[in-house]
Ligand binder design. Sequence first.
Ligand SMILES: [Zn+2]
Ligand SMILES: [Zn+2]
Ligand SMILES: [Zn+2]
Length: 181
Amino acid sequence: MYDEFSRRQLLKAGVGFIGAAAGTVVFSDFATVLAESSGVQDRWRFCRKCQAMFFNGYDNKGACAAGGVHEPAGYEFVLPYGGPETPNAQRDWRFCGKCQAMFFNREAVKGACPAGGTHKAAGFNFVLPHDVPPTPTSQEEWRFCHKCRVIFFNGFDNTGTCAAGGTHEGAGYNFVLPHYP
Ligand SMILES: [Zn+2]
Ligand SMILES: [Zn+2]
Ligand SMILES: [Zn+2]
């Protein structure tokens, strides 16, 4: 029920953005991701230490590549799952049951996990919007780290500690992730 509430709230927000930019396809693509998803999950947060996206809904916050456990900061993200892949949304983003970060699970290589070994998928199949204009309730500059496979915030000079060594390195799409106002 919480999920349904969140989804409706986002759809309502999405409709507003379409209204504000009438005629643009990209905005409606963003709304389509939300409309076609099975649901959304909130409690996803930015870790101020390693800059990865992690799920903050459990008592255990997950091993952080920067040491200790993840520490949330900033927005509470609300991420869609269960929808189709589209030109502006990518499937196969998963929660790692070991380090609690979001990582890309499509390929055989799973990426170094700060909890040891490699990431292990659990739960929903998230479908993340990318390369659409940011809105008042979405943030751009979320990127795939080609070294450790997590999604991290690339908007600062410091890109965050990477479990594969050094700092995260962005590759591929510019993800634009929905969050609560
Ligand atoms: Zn962290
Ligand atoms: Zn992991
Ligand atoms: Zn990394």
